[in-house]
Design a protein around this ligand. Structure first.
Ligand code: KIV
Ligand code: ZN
Length: 512
C-alpha cells in the first residue's frame, strides 16, 4: 500500500553538493558518505554525474555496487552518451535510477541550448525513452523550472510521463522562487497535467535567496512528494535545501504539514560531521540542527527555563538529531581490531593491511597526546591519513618560533618527488610564516582563498581541523589537515591543497 503522506528524501550531496567550488571528493570519500546516507535511511542517493570523468564514473559504480538499501541515481543530460554511461555505472545497483534533464525556461532554451521549444520536448521524450530501456526508474528534471512558462511545463511533463518518467523534478535552479508562488506552481501542475497521477512530483531548490528549505516545504504542502536536498545545505553557489532542516521541519511540524519521512534522524549529526570533515566546508556554529550552538542556551533566562522544563525553549532534543553520538570510543589501550571495527561502523574500510597499519600508528600517536578519542577524531584521522598518503609534495618537518614582541619564524622541510628541500620564512603569524616557507619551496603561484580552523571536539587537547582553499588558473581546491597542533594541521592542509592542484583529471560540469 502506498503512503500518500510519505516524503521521499533524495540526497544530492555527492552530485550537486560536489559542485560547490573546492568540494570535490575522492571515490573512497564518496563511498564513505554513501554508507552513512544509507544508514540514515535516505531513499535515493544521487551518487554523481557518471559521464563527468572516469573518476566520477568509478564513484557512481562503486556506490551502486555496494549500497543495498537506498536507490542509487546518476545524473545525465538528455544526451545518448550521458544516458548510456549512467546506465553502465548502475548495472549492479540493487535499485538504480537515471536522472535526466533539460532546460525549459525561455532564457535557457534560447541562449544556452539554442533550441526551440518543440525540439526541447522531442529531445526530452527521446532521452526518457532511452533511459527507460536501461532502468525502470527514470527521473526527469526541467532545469530552471521556476523561470519556465507553466503551459510549456505542462506540455513537456505530460509527454515525458507518457514516455516512462516516474519522477518529475521541478528545480528552482537559480534560487529565484518564493514559497507561495512555488507551492502554487506545484499545485497547478498537479491539477492541470492529465497523467500527473502516474508520477511523483519532486522539488530541488537552491538557496540564493535563503529560501530553499521554505520553498521545498511549500511545495510538499501543495503535493510534491520528493525533496532533493544535501547534508549541511552544500551545493552549487549558495547551496541546496539542507536535508537536516527539511527532515526536522517535517518531523517537528507534523501537526501542521501532516507529512513524514523514513529518515533515522539520529544519524543526522554524524552525517553532517562526516561531510564537513571530508569536504573541508565547516558548519557555521549557529546553523540550524547541526551547528555547534543549535542546542546551546546562553542566556540565563533560557538556561533557567530549560532546566525547569525543557520544552520552554527547545522544540527538538539534541538526541533526536544525534548529538549524543559524540561518545568516547577509544583510548590509548585500544587495539588494532577494535580500531578497525569502529571505523567500519563509521563507514571506513581499509584497502590493505598497510593502510590500516598507517592509520593505526597515527591513532596511537594521537592517543598519546589526547586522552579521549571520539568518533569525530577517528573520522578526521582517516581523512588526514588519506590526504597525506604518498603524493608529489609531502611535509617532512616543521618548526616554528613564536614569541611576544618577535616576528614569527618557520623552518619547513618538504619532500618533492622524494627530494627534500628546506626553507625558512617569517610572517605575520606562525601559520603565515609556515605557508610562506612552503611556498618558497614549491613556488605554486596559487592564491589562498580561504583558511579556516575548527576544533573537532571540545577541550584544549582537541584536534584542530584546518581547511585551506587555493585557486590557480580558475581551479579551486580544498586541502584538509588535522592535528592537535594547529600549525602542523595548517601546513598539512596547505600541502594537501597543493597536491590536489597537481591532479589533472578533467571533469565536465552538467549544467555548462
Ligand atoms: O539545479 C538544478 O537545476 C539541477 C538539475 C540538474 C536537477 O541541479
Ligand atoms: Zn541543482
Amino acid at each position: 500500500m502506498t503512503d500518500n503522506n510519505r516524503v521521499i528524501i533524495f540526497d544530492t550531496t555527492l552530485r550537486d553538493g560536489e559542485q560547490s567550488p573546492g568540494a570535490s571528493m575522492t571515490r573512497e570519500e564518496k563511498l564513505r558518505i554513501a554508507k552513512q546516507l544509507e544508514k540514515m535511511r535516505v531513499d535515493v542517493i544521487e551518487a554523481g554525474f557518471a559521464i563527468a570523468s572516469p573518476g566520477d564514473f568509478e564513484s557512481v559504480k562503486s556506490i551502486a555496487d555496494t549500497i543495498q538499501d537506498s536507490t542509487i541515481c546518476s545524473l545525465s543530460r538528455a544526451l545518448d552518451a550521458d544516458i548510456d554511461r549512467a546506465g553502465e555505472a548502475l548495472v549492479n545497483a540493487s535499485s538504480g535510477r537515471i536522472h535526466t534533464f533539460i532546460a525549459t525556461s525561455p532564457i535557457h532554451m534560447k541562449y544556452k541550448l539554442q533550441m526551440d521549444p518543440d525540439k526541447v520536448v522531442e529531445q526530452a521524450v527521446y532521452a526518457v525513452k532511452r533511459a527507460r530501456n536501461l532502468v525502470s526508474d527514470v527521473e526527469f528534471s526541467l532545469e530552471d523550472a521556476s523561470r519556465s512558462e507553466l503551459d510549456f511545463m505542462c506540455r513537456i511533463i505530460e509527454k515525458v510521463i507518457d514516455a516512462g518518467a516516474r519522477t518529475i523534478n521541478i528545480p528552482d535552479t537559480v534560487g529565484y522562487a518564493v514559497p507561495e508562488e512555488f507551492g502554487f506552481t506545484i499545485k497547478q501542475l498537479l491539477e492541470r497535467i492529465p497523467n500527473a497521477d502516474k508520477a511523483i512530483f519532486s522539488v530541488h531548490c537552491h538557496n540564493d535567496l535563503g529560501l530553499a528549505v521554505a520553498n521545498s516545504l511549500s511545495a510538499v504542502s501543495f503535493g510534491a512528494r520528493q525533496v532533493e536536498c544535501t547534508i549541511n545545505g552544500l551545493g552549487e553557489r549558495a547551496g541546496n535545501a539542507s536535508l537536516e532542516e527539511v527532515v526536522m521541519a517535517l518531523r517537528t511540524r507534523q501537526d501542521v504539514l501532516g507529512l513524514h519521512t523514513g529518515i533515522d534522524t539520529t544519524q543526522i549529526v554524524p552525517a553532517s560531521r562526516l561531510v564537513s570533515s571530508v569536504t573541508g566546508f565547516p558548519v557555521q556554529p549557529n546553523k540550524a540542527i547541526v551547528g555547534a550552538n543549535a542546542f546551546a542556551h546562553e542566556s540565563g533566562i533560557h538556561q533557567d527555563g530549560v532546566l525547569k522544563h525543557r520544552e520552554t525553549y527547545e522544540i527538538m532534543t539534541a538526541q533526536d538529531v544525534g548529538w549524543n553520538a559524540n561518545k568516547m570510543v577509544m583510548g590509548k589501550h585500544s587495539g588494532r581490531s577494535a580500531f578497525r571495527a569502529r571505523l567500519e561502523e563509521l563507514g571506513t574500510t581499509f584497502e590493505s593491511d598497510a593502510e590500516l597499519n598507517t592509520a593505526f600508528a597515527r591513532f596511537k600517536d594521537l592517543a598519546d597526546k589526547k586522552h579521549e578519542i571520539f568518533d569525530e577524531d577517528l573520522q578526521a584521522l582517516v581523512s588526514d591519513t588519506r590526504a597525506s598518503h604518498y603524493e608529489k609534495f609531502m611535509l617532512s618537518s616543521l618548526s616554528v618560533t613564536s614569541q611576544t614582541g618577535e616576528t614569527p619564524l618557520a623552518k619547513v622541510t618538504v619532500s618533492m618527488n622524494d627530494v627534500e628541500q628546506t626553507s625558512e620564512a617569517d610572517g605575520s603569524g606562525p601559520v603565515d610564516a609556515a605557508f610562506k616557507a612552503i611556498e618558497s619551496i614549491v613556488q605554486s603561484g596559487a592564491s589562498l582563498e580561504l583558511y579556516s580552523v575548527n576544533a573537532i571536539t571540545s577541550g584544549t587537547d582537541s584536534q584542530g581541523e584546518v581547511t585551506v582553499r587555493l585557486e590557480k588558473g580558475g581551479r579551486i581546491v580544498n586541502g584538509l589537515g588535522a592535528d592537535t597542533d594547529i600549525i602542523i594541521a595548517s601546513a598539512k592542509a596547505y600541502i594537501h591543497a597543493l597536491n590536489m592542484l597537481e591532479s589533472t583529471e578533467e571533469k565536465a560540469h552538467p549544467q555548462v
